[in-house]
Structure formats: structure tokens, C-alpha cells
Design a protein around this ligand. Structure first.
Ligand code: HEC
Length: 341
């Protein structure tokens, strides 16, 4: 090549090679594998046109998707996933594919590296898969990019048929639409609702629904705080207000002191019919709930503290007051426990 033409090459190449300016935050991501298709997902930082080449041997010959290839390529806007479903594939087959793309309006096409995937194997055959979860990569301070890189290298080393990620690798904090944002605020309230059944203080209170609403609001506020934190704002009044509200809630929900219903002491004979009517329907027989049987005097006396906690203080028992225990009867049980010391 003459000196002039190489000089021209130097001047012209960078301006022709605009496709190189497209930045992809990651490789193509394959999902939804079936025995005849796979879905390719890729996000460019600028609007592009693209098509895919795929075939049975590395390096070609290739078919294209869409079948007309460069003539009618796919299109996507900046920062918007390009989604392509390679269809009509043979099952139990390894395919090689690569992406061909250019910035919208640019001339030359650029080719990304070739990768491969395996379509679904026949039922009953062995296969390899890998699982990751909660890498929290760009949630401030939580993720560890080096560790994640090592994890991905281990995954690649297994050469899995497919990989499951259980969540939070593409973090919920980087949301871009209102619907996503709403889900984000609902994360903790929903989590809380799923767990609430295990905590008597939530559903045992007189105004259980109010406790629930209060906690739902508080958990959503925590997300507001972290969302703003990730946006660079430190709004300490939010956690401060939450702490005050939780203290208030705890004071409101604290178990009442049990006041003896009668002046004198309450005997076992007085509470026995209450337990028999309100508790024994469930807590009897060969396999009572959590092994708590309340039929004989010994069984009841041995459980006095548990009974006080469940039926008098938190009112968690009977569940949903299935047997219609009255406040008077709860007080009676409390007084019996107090008088038996
Ligand atoms: C409708 C059925 C039903 C009735 C009536 C009922 N319980 Fe229960 N009880 C349960 C079930 C179910 C569990 C297990 C709850 C769980 O797994 O969290 C339980 C658990 C308990 C426990 C163990 C709680 C723990 O976490 O260790 C105690 C103590 C108890 N009940 C006491 C009572 C008393 C006292 C009464 C009567 C005032 C009563 N229960 C009435 C169904 C009942």
C-alpha cells in the first residue's frame, strides 16, 4: 500500500467505522430456550439495525434471521432491548450464532463474536445447568464485581445447557418506567405480607388491618429512602421517621397487663371448660398442631406460659377466633395463670 493510500485509509477508516461507536453493556443474552427456538436479547447504547447469522458449524455457512438478513434488518432504539426469536431450529442440536449490526444510518456492518447454544435435549437425557442469585451488581456497595466475574467464569467452565438466575442481577433499583417503580415500592410490603402470618403481633391486634397498613407504608418508605440514596440523595429524615413510627407501633401493640377478672384466685376447674371448648377441638388427638395437646390437666398446666402468650397476650389463638372465645374467657385464663403463680 502506498504511503498516500494508507494516509487516506487512516483518515477515512475511523469515520467509516461508525459501527464501532456502538456500545453494548453486555454480550447477547439468550433466554426462553425450547426444543425449536431461543430468544436473543441485546441492548445497544444507540439506535442500531441488526440481524443474526446462525448455523450448525462454527464459522459458517450461516442462515440469517430475519431470513432476508441485511436487506430488512431488525431495528431498536438506544438503550432499548433488541429481542429476536430464532425459530424453526432442530431439537437437541448445537447452534453457532453471531450478531451483525450497524448504527442506524451508518454504512458498514460490524460483526460481534460468535457464540453457541444447545437446543433442548430429549426428555430423560442428562443435562447441566447452573444457578446464581442476588448478585446485586449495581446496587451501591452490595455487589462485588470481581466475585461475580469469578462466578460467571465458573458458570462458563461448567458449559451448562442453561443457567438460572433467581433475581437481582439486573437490579430493581435501575427502573425506567412508572410500573417498574411501583413494583419496586411494593417489594418490601409484599415480602412482609408473605411473612406476616408467622407473627402474632400483626394479625392478633384488635385493629389488625391498621397494623398491616402502617407496616406496609413503613416498608415502602424504606424503599423510597434507598431509591433516593442510589440517586445520590441522603434523606435521613425518612429512616428517622420510620424508627419513630416503629417505636410508636410497638408501644401501641405491646401486650396488655393481664388483670385478674375476679378478686379471688381462679382454679383449674374454672378454666378447664374454656380450654375444652375453645382449644381442645384442635389441640387434641394423635397429632395436635405443633404437638401442643391440651386435653389433660397435666398437659394444660405444663403449657401455662404458652397458653398465656398465645391466648391472652397476643390473642393469636384460636386462629381467626375459630372457636369464638370471649374476652371474659381470655381474662379468666390470664387470672388462672396469675393465681397459679
Ligand atoms: C382452629 C384450630 C385451633 C384452635 C381452636 C386453637 N389452636 Fe392453637 N394452634 C393451632 C395451629 C394450627 C397451631 C400451629 C400454628 C403455627 O404453625 O404457627 C397452633 C399452635 C398453638 C400453640 C403453639 C404456638 C407456638 O408457636 O409454639 C399454642 C401454645 C396454642 N396453639 C394454644 C392454643 C390455645 C390456648 C387455644 C385456645 C384458647 C388454641 N390454641 C386454639 C390451631 C388451633
Amino acid at each position: 500500500m502506498s504511503r498516500v493510500s494508507s494516509l487516506i485509509g487512516l483518515l477515512i477508516l475511523p469515520s467509516l467505522n461508525v459501527a464501532a461507536q456502538v456500545i453494548f453493556p453486555g454480550a447477547e443474552l439468550l433466554g426462553r430456550p425450547t426444543d425449536h427456538s431461543v430468544t436473543i436479547n441485546v441492548v445497544p447504547n444507540t439506535a442500531i439495525e441488526a440481524y443474526f447469522e446462525y448455523g450448525l458449524t462454527s464459522g459458517g455457512p450461516y442462515l440469517t434471521y430475519p431470513s432476508s438478513g441485511a436487506a430488512t434488518p431488525l431495528f431498536t432504539d438506544a438503550n432499548t432491548p433488541l429481542v429476536a426469536v430464532l425459530n424453526g431450529l432442530a431439537s437437541n442440536t448445537r447452534y453457532f450464532y453471531r450478531m451483525v449490526y450497524r448504527q442506524s444510518g451508518a454504512i458498514p456492518w460490524a460483526t460481534r463474536p460468535e457464540h453457541s447454544f444447545q437446543t433442548q435435549r430429549p426428555a430423560g437425557s442428562t443435562f447441566t445447568f447452573t444457578i446464581t442469585s442476588d448478585s446485586h451488581l449495581n446496587v451501591g456497595g452490595l455487589g462485588n464485581p470481581l466475585l461475580f466475574q469469578q462466578t460467571m467464569q465458573n458458570v462458563a467452565g461448567e458449559n451448562p445447557d442453561f443457567h438460572l438466575d433467581l433475581g437481582d442481577t439486573f437490579p430493581m433499583d435501575n427502573v425506567s418506567t412508572q410500573a417498574l417503580a411501583n413494583n419496586n415500592y411494593l417489594t418490601l410490603p409484599v415480602l412482609f405480607t408473605m411473612l406476616a402470618g408467622h407473627f402474632a403481633f400483626v394479625f392478633g391486634a384488635d385493629d389488625a388491618w391498621l397494623v398491616f397498613v402502617a407496616i406496609a407504608v413503613l416498608t415502602a418508605l424504606i424503599r423510597v429512602f434507598f431509591n433516593r440514596w442510589h440517586a445520590g440523595r441522603r434523606e435521613w429524615w425518612i429512616p428517622a421517621a420510620c424508627v419513630l413510627a416503629v417505636v410508636g407501633l410497638a408501644l401501641w401493640l405491646q401486650p396488655e397487663e393481664t388483670v385478674p377478672a375476679t378478686g379471688g384466685s381462679v382454679t383449674f376447674e374454672q378454666i378447664a371448660p374454656v380450654i375444652a371448648a375453645r382449644c381442645a377441638p384442635c389441640h387434641s388427638g394423635a397429632s395436635p398442631p405443633l404437638g401442643v395437646r391440651l386435653e389433660t390437666r397435666e398437659e394444660i398446666e405444663a403449657r401455662a406460659e404458652d397458653i398465656e402468650r398465645q391466648a391472652v397476650q397476643t390473642r393469636a389463638m384460636p386462629p381467626g377466633n375459630a372457636t369464638g372465645i370471649t374476652d371474659e374467657e381470655r381474662r379468666l385464663i390470664g387470672a388462672w395463670i396469675a393465681s397459679s403463680g
